[in-house]
Design a protein around this ligand. Sequence first.
Ligand SMILES: Cc1cc2nc3c(=O)[nH]c(=O)nc-3n(C[C@H](O)[C@H](O)[C@H](O)COP(=O)(O)O)c2cc1C
Length: 351
Amino acid sequence: MTDITNERKIEHIEIIRSDKDVDRRKYYFDEISLVHRALPELNLSAVDPSVGFLGKQLSFPLLISSMTGGDHDVISKINRNMAIAAEATGVAMGVGSQRVMFTNPAATSSFEIRNDAPNTVLLANLGAVQLNCGFDLEKCQSAVDTLQADGLCLHLNPLQEAVQPEGDVDFSGLSDKIGYIAEHLGRPVIVKEIGCGISAVDAELLVSRGIKYIDVAGSGGTSWSRIEHYRQASGDSPESAGIAFQDWGIPTPVALESMRPYLKKITVIGSGGIRNGIDMVKAVILGATVCGLASPFLEPAKKSPEDVIRLIRKLRHEFIMAMFLLGIKDFESLHNNSSLVLNNNFKNQRH
Ligand SMILES: Cc1cc2nc3c(=O)[nH]c(=O)nc-3n(C[C@H](O)[C@H](O)[C@H](O)COP(=O)(O)O)c2cc1C
């Protein structure tokens, strides 16, 4: 049986491979300069980047962001390779939308990765808009149980849905439904975007509904508008708005800045266009507890756990080096520490 949701994931991966411009490579974090210390007064080997997240300890603040799952060998392999690598290196991992396992039960095994990652943080995933399309608490619980997850990501993707002729575009009353799930699910709920960012207005709404975890997933990296444009260009749908909106959204550093007033109430994840350990350090300085990268993991994950581990080690090395060069010994001293910012061009442009 052909299942549109299942086929879509393979199409997405192929588009990302064949069009390098799907990653918008805006390098927004380069607009921020940090205070280099010529006298860090530290031994590099004493730098400790570990951080607590969802009751577990990560070796450094990395999340392999939600990407995939489905009834395909290549997709199962991607999830397993990432899970093995996440466990080996002590980082967190999310899976892609689990909606597919409700339409195609054969997809379920691609999400059963707890045996490959018995200890580390694993995050389940569903589209929040599905709560307006018949999905309920029971399905959210089932998504969490399949993964034996430490939390559930509910993703917000109004642009991605609006650009598809077959998209689910009824986003009315969603914040109440998200709040209901967060209150009744036995696991933390993380509300995330997928590359357009979460604004202060949305953060206010989510906080008022009891949400305690927000992944800003801002613009600057993977563009879902551009991906969906390709899917439609190959079909017989009317010409899409996907290219016009490909850079729509809130740049990730700006989205992080706007979460600052809420940091006492929520844990923030920074993602969207983060591409190295220096970007990660800047995201933590702007208030992120964990940093997510998605598309950079796709090609290594198609190959082997070792390829994924190599990328994680590179990110960790860069992260530790940047901490050392800032004279910062541990995560707590880095987090939300604006005294480390020499110049933030985003901020300067706004004031
Ligand atoms: C291949 C791929 C599939 C994705 N699928 C999902 C998904 O199912 N659910 C979700 O919440 N986000 C999904 N995302 C979005 C990412 O989790 C992330 O928010 C976004 O790609 C920005 O990060 P990046 O610029 O590092 O890629 C996907 C990203 C990629 C690259």
